[in-house]
Ligand binder design. Structure first.
Ligand SMILES: *[C@@H]1O[C@H](CO)[C@@H](O)[C@H](O)[C@H]1NC(C)=O
Ligand SMILES: *[C@@H]1O[C@H](CO)[C@@H](O)[C@H](O)[C@H]1NC(C)=O
Length: 491
């Protein structure tokens, strides 16, 4: 408690000191002596994973359960099984054995055709798997949400009972059911064709009566009305909820499942009646979309979970590693499960950034001296500055270890401009594209050492000098006279 109140009072002081325009001098003077006090409470440690997490698994759902395990399910390319994996770490899901908990084996009736986008939830001591299924046999396209109930501590070995089709009140194409609880009220939400809207799917919500029954009538809270929701098909689907900062954030995916697939966001107050369509506000632009520099196409159908230490929000989604698909996207097996950390803006809204490159996920580098001030790139060949509340991808760097000059070195690669590194250009820290020369490799390599101003942080050493925040707010390679200015916390 003491630490929290200390931090809060400092945050207020800092805000005052930063009253526009931002004055780095005030900032540097005001930070002295308080680094250790602020650190414990306001940091979210890095959550580092390696992408791709799982090949050929689309519509990923990862649930962290109270038994300490992460449970994973997803669509398989043949859409004929419901699979589960479990592991004590997210990274461990990659090679965890896969158990088939439901195998399509009939040619007619519920569960006989396509099985799409399963989710697993633990509700009142039992397991539930919601999955969209063709209920009138293969090829009928009569997709409806069905639910299986599992009894047993471990869902991989649980006994499953088919609880049948969930009646959504409109007997039409419906899929991607998700369960969540907000403010003590339980809900199911799903995608649904609404004949009164026309072709495509909107998002519906209803209070929950039991795991296989919703309170009717359900209400439509979002329809594909914006241009980016209507490319190829008119789609709102794949809803998932995270509650933070007094708000309910509901992500969904829009447009066809090719490179046009994107993530949209609805927001409501935590205390609102979520079955009132008027409480939901739709972001007018996608919050997550294809990104050519990292070769991620059609990212979407995300879910949220938390890191192993419980301190970071993480989202999982699928994307493809190439843009153009031959034939029907549904028959393309290459949607793969990826994970990255979810960051939050100062106003409490989520910042998904861009789908990051293959390999280790990047981190933010927060200066030890200030609140929410990060090493930031403003594009190719620009000086690294301290940024606050800039798009998160500009503040994300992958710490490549070993770095460009090999063992003992690290290099800091930009997340939004892959192949660009923080490099020493005549004493200035500049984001420059690797030109392959020895000179560049030297300029873009540092020795990572324990933070000079705080042992929980890191410092980046180049010869006798360090990566430091200078008095004018630019980042330079210079002497570490002010140890805090040479120390960064990874987030
Ligand atoms: C189909 O699979 C279910 C469970 O996966 C099993 O209980 C049932 O006996 C199977 N039916 C046939 C005809 O094989
Ligand atoms: C490559 O980059 C280094 C360091 O930035 C620079 O000194 C050198 O001139 C560049 N070489 C070429 C061929 O552009």
């Amino acid at each position: 408690m003491k630490l929290i109140s200390t931090f809060l009072s400092i945050a207020v002081l800092t805000t005052a000191a930063f009253a526009s325009p931002f004055d780095p001098r005030t900032y540097l003077q005001s930070r002295a002596g308080r680094i250790l006090e602020t650190r414990a409470e306001d940091i979210s440690p890095p959550a580092e994973y390696s992408n791709t997490l799982i090949q050929q698994r689309a519509d990923p759902h990862i649930l962290k359960h109270s038994d300490g395990f992460y449970y994973f399910t997803a669509s398989v390319p043949a859409y004929d099984q419901v699979i589960l994996r479990r592991s004590e770490t997210i990274e461990g899901l990659r090679n965890a054995p896969e158990t088939v908990v439901y195998q399509r084996n009939a040619t007619s009736g519920p569960g006989s055709g396509y099985l799409w986008a399963p989710e697993i939830h633990y509700i009142d001591g039992k397991w539930y798997i919601y999955v969209a299924s063709e209920i009138n046999g293969r090829g009928s396209w009569a997709i409806r949400p069905i639910v299986f109930e599992g009894t047993g501590e471990n869902p991989l070995t649980a006994t499953w009972v088919d609880k049948g089709v969930i009646d959504t009140g409109i007997n039409d194409f419906s899929l991607d059911m998700t369960y969540f609880e907000v403010n003590g009220v339980r809900y199911l939400s799903w995608a649904q064709t609404d004949p009164s809207f026309g072709s495509g799917t909107g998002l519906f919500i209803a209070r929950w009566t039991n795991p296989w029954t919703v309170e009717l009538p359900a209400v439509g809270i979002s329809y594909p009305t914006l241009a980016w929701e209507r490319i190829g098909h008119n789609v709102n689907e794949g809803a998932y909820v995270i509650v933070r900062n007094g708000k309910v954030f509901l992500t969904y995916s829009a447009s066809a499942t090719d490179h046009n697939y994107v993530v949209g966001l609805l927001t409501a107050d935590e205390t609102a009646d979520l079955t009132d369509p008027n409480v939901w506000v739709k972001a007018q632009e996608p919050v997550f979309r294809s990104y050519e520099p990292t070769e991620n196409w059609g990212p979407g159908h995300n879910c949220f979970t938390v890191s192993e230490d419980g301190l970071s929000d993480v989202f999982a989604y699928h994307s493809r590693g190439y843009k153009d698909i031959v034939g029907e996207p549904l028959n393309n097996p290459d949607r793969r499960t990826r994970v990255q950390k979810l960051y939050w803006r100062n106003d409490g809204t989520p910042d998904f950034g861009v789908p990051v490159a293959e390999g280790l996920t990047p981190v933010r580098l927060r200066t030890a001296g200030g609140d929410a001030q990060y090493l930031t790139n403003e594009g190719d060949a620009t000086n690294i500055i301290l940024g606050s509340d800039v798009p998160v991808e500009q503040t994300l760097f992958r710490i490549i270890n070993p770095g460009l000059i090999g063992q003992g070195s690290v290099s800091l690669e930009s997340a939004n401009l892959p192949g660009h590194f923080i490099s020493n250009q005549c004493g200035n820290a500049v984001l420059v594209e690797d030109n392959g020369s020895e000179k560049f490799k030297q300029a873009a390599s540092f020795e990572q050492v324990v933070g000079l101003g705080d042992a929980d942080g890191v410092s980046f050493k180049a010869g006798d000098e360090y990566l430091v925040v200078s008095l004018d707010g630019l980042v330079i390679i210079g002497p570490a006279d002010d140890e805090a200015a040479a120390t960064f916390f990874t987030e």
